[in-house]
Structure formats: structure tokens, C-alpha cells
Design a protein around this ligand. Structure first.
Ligand code: FEO
Length: 399
């Protein structure tokens, strides 16, 4: 017997936890696992909403039968085609050959491309309604949140929003499935890490999707990852609105790349100055030690950012370079910036960060500082200025 979780009426969570996979998309650390959430509506017509990743298919097929026994399935609604959700589609069709695949025009390009499935398409357009008997499912296309085919399905009868990746996050569901059953602080942090690294680049499209949903009465938010929101669905919607409008909190992140500790010494000094200036949230990261996904998550959270690098092969230190490249991709807006670093037989670290800074719309709070081999009095004095000024500006913006 598998756990099948009723959500409301005849709507069930039939998702799976994955604690074996080390890296999501073979890149993002899953220290606390991830869930692939699929849903089943057991009405006169039976519909599934998304599936699970291929490594969980057999457990998934069992869960379906635990709910509906030998009943047939009429529809598989595909809100998102990425293989962590469509990975069980082939087996599903093998076991239920008459099932209709519900998606939009773009969905079917991927259905054919990934799985060579070309039959039983049921194409919907934005605003269409699918009648299951008691339940009526309305479709909202939400392109580029975060793939082109992404859409959301809304159960008008029970006011359940099946939202795809939107509103989801990392973290397996360790018994608690609903927001009121878990320590939500952990999931909110993992939702931010998921959003900022995977969806954040498409924030303008997230804002469009939120506007499209603005008149919809939402009683439950059921994403493809993370907890189901039934007690406070408005919380996760507000969180998404804040994230996608680049809203920040009072705090400063310092990230640096160092070989022999001199740039690290500058970071430590700077962190003390910022703290003395009254900022309580100061987060210091060695880019070689902490995975970039955690660093990006905090950079998105806080208003101030100071980037540091030693010179390495006449350029930016490699681990710091990946932070810069990631920042360039996600296109975060509206932050205060400071820059520091060290050089020895060549420059390159600070120069590289300067080149990055020119591509952003962020405000540089003070002139960058670069020490030769080791920081000395003159560089510490310049760090004083950067630290005090970024703290002042950050505090000012929250008054
Ligand atoms: Fe959870 Fe975009 O796949």
C-alpha cells in the first residue's frame, strides 16, 4: 500500500519523493531531496495532472491503481513537459492506451520530440474548459514559466490550482504534504533557491502569469514540487510576486574567490565594517566552497552585494567566474554593489568583475579596491568606505 493523499473531494496527491538523485537537472544539489508531484482527479472521467520522473514510475503506477483500481484513465493533463514530470508518460500510455494527452500546441512538440508519441492528442487553448463530470478544469497558458509550453490547470469546482513548477521548490516531503503540516521556513528557503536558479531568469513572464491569475479564487496551490498550500495559498502567491518583482530585504552578501587567503582577508574585514554599520544580515561566501545555487538564492534575497576576486590567469578566479556568469543569466535587478580583490603578477580579477558590473543596472556604491599581493592600510581604508557606504544605502532603502 502506498500513501495516496486526498487533497479535497476526489482530488489526490499521488506524487513521489526522490532522495537518491544527488543533483537536480544533474547540476543543482538536492541535499534534502525533491518531490515530483502528480495529482489525480477521480471523477466520472478520470484525469491525471502531470506524472513523475522515470526513476519513480513503478511506484507511481501502483499509486494510481491504489486510488482508481481497474477504472480507466481518460486524460493526462500536461502542465509541463520537462522530463522530471513527463518521465512516466510512455509507461502510462503503455498501460492505458486510450488515454488522451491534454496540452497546448507547444506541449505536443515536446511529446513528439522526447517520446515519439503522436496519437491521442487533445489540444487546448488558453481559457478552454475540460468537463470531467463534477469537476470542470480551466486552462491558463503561462509560457516561459520556465519552458515555452508551461501552463496551469484550475479545478473550478474545488478551487485547486495545478501550477506546474510555479510555486514549487526543492526538498522531499518527509511525511508532511501540506503547508500546515510542515516547518514552512525550510520549504520557503528551498522554494527561493529553486525559483532564483531555475525560474528567476523568466521573472517578467512570472509577473504576466500572476496577472492572468489575479481574478481567480485559489483555495489550494498544487505545484509539481514541494508542499501543497491549503492553509495559506496566498502566502506562496505573495512570495512569488515578491521574488519575480526583485523585492529584497535588508542585508548584504559578500562573495569572493581566493587562492591563498588575501581576498578572503579583505572579505572578512569588510563584513565586520558592514556589521558595525548596523546590518544584521551579512552573509559571506567562499565561491569555491558553497554551491552557486545557495549563493544566488541569498543574493536574490538581499539588497546589497559585494563581489571579490583574486587574479587568476589574468582573469577572474574560476569559481567566482561561475557566480558572475550565473548572475548575468538570471538578470537580477536593482541591487547595490561593491567590488574588491587582489592581484599579483597580473591583474584581472577586479577588472573582470568591473566588466560584469557594466552589464548590470546595479549602483556601484564606491570605487573598486584592488590590493597588490596582500591588502595594506590603503586598501583597508578603501574597504572601510565600501562597507560603510553599502550599509548606509541598504539601510536607507528600508526606512
Ligand atoms: Fe520541475 Fe521544469 O521541471
Amino acid at each position: 500500500m502506498n500513501c495516496k493523499v486526498p487533497i479535497v473531494g476526489n482530488v489526490y496527491w499521488i506524487g513521489a519523493n526522490d532522495r537518491e538523485t544527488a543533483l537536480f537537472e544533474n547540476y543543482w544539489p538536492l541535499d534534502k531531496g525533491v518531490s515530483y508531484n502528480s495529482y489525480l482527479i477521480n471523477d466520472e472521467k478520470v484525469a491525471l495532472v502531470d506524472t513523475v520522473k522515470f526513476n519513480k514510475t513503478s511506484q507511481y503506477m501502483e499509486k494510481i491503481r491504489d486510488v482508481i483500481g481497474d477504472k480507466k484513465i481518460d486524460y493526462i493533463i500536461i502542465n509541463h513537459m520537462e522530463p522530471d514530470h513527463s518521465g512516466s508518460l510512455k509507461e502510462l500510455i503503455h498501460q492505458y492506451p486510450d488515454i488522451k494527452i491534454v496540452g497546448n500546441k507547444k506541449t505536443f512538440q515536446f511529446v513528439k520530440g522526447f517520446y515519439d508519441i503522436v496519437d491521442n492528442y487533445y489540444e487546448i487553448n488558453d481559457g478552454d474548459v475540460l468537463d470531467l463530470g463534477h469537476h470542470k478544469i480551466k486552462f491558463y497558458t503561462t509560457p516561459m514559466v520556465h519552458w515555452p509550453e508551461t501552463m496551469m490547470s484550475y479545478d473550478m469546482t474545488e478551487k485547486v490550482l495545478f501550477s506546474g513548477d510555479a510555486f514549487g521548490g526543492f526538498g522531499a516531503l518527509d511525511g508532511g504534504i501540506f503547508d500546515d503540516e510542515v516547518n514552512i521556513d525550510f520549504y520557503e528557503s528551498e522554494i527561493r533557491r529553486y525559483y532564483t536558479n531555475i525560474v528567476g531568469k523568466y521573472s517578467p513572464m512570472v509577473q504576466k502569469a500572476l496577472k492572468k491569475l489575479s481574478g481567480v479564487e485559489i483555495g489550494y496551490v498544487c505545484a509539481t514540487h514541494g508542499p501543497i498550500w491549503r492553509e495559506n495559498p496566498e502566502n506562496i502567491i505573495k512570495t512569488y510576486d515578491d521574488l519575480s518583482s526583485y523585492k529584497s530585504e535588508e542585508g548584504v552578501v559578500i562573495v569572493y574567490g581566493t587562492m591563498y587567503g588575501n581576498t578572503a582577508k579583505m572579505a572578512d574585514y569588510l563584513s565586520r565594517i558592514i556589521s558595525e554599520a548596523g546590518i544584521k544580515e551579512v552573509k559571506v561566501y567562499d565561491a569555491s566552497k558553497t554551491h552557486v545555487s545557495y549563493i544566488i538564492s541569498d543574493i536574490w534575497k538581499y539588497k546589497g552585494l559585494v563581489l571579490g576576486s583574486c587574479a587568476y590567469n589574468t582573469g577572474v578566479f574560476p569559481s567566482m567566474d561561475s557566480v558572475l556568469k550565473k548572475l548575468e543569466v538570471i538578470n537580477l535587478k536593482d541591487r547595490y554593489l561593491g567590488i574588491f580583490g587582489c592581484c599579483s603578477w597580473s591583474g584581472g580579477g577586479v577588472k573582470g568583475i568591473n566588466a560584469f558590473a557594466e552589464k548590470t543596472n546595479w549602483e556601484l556604491v564606491e570605487e573598486p579596491v584592488e590590493a597588490v599581493c596582500t591588502p595594506k592600510t590603503e586598501e583597508f581604508e578603501k574597504l572601510d568606505k565600501i562597507g560603510r557606504e553599502i550599509a548606509r544605502k541598504v539601510k536607507e532603502s528600508f526606512k
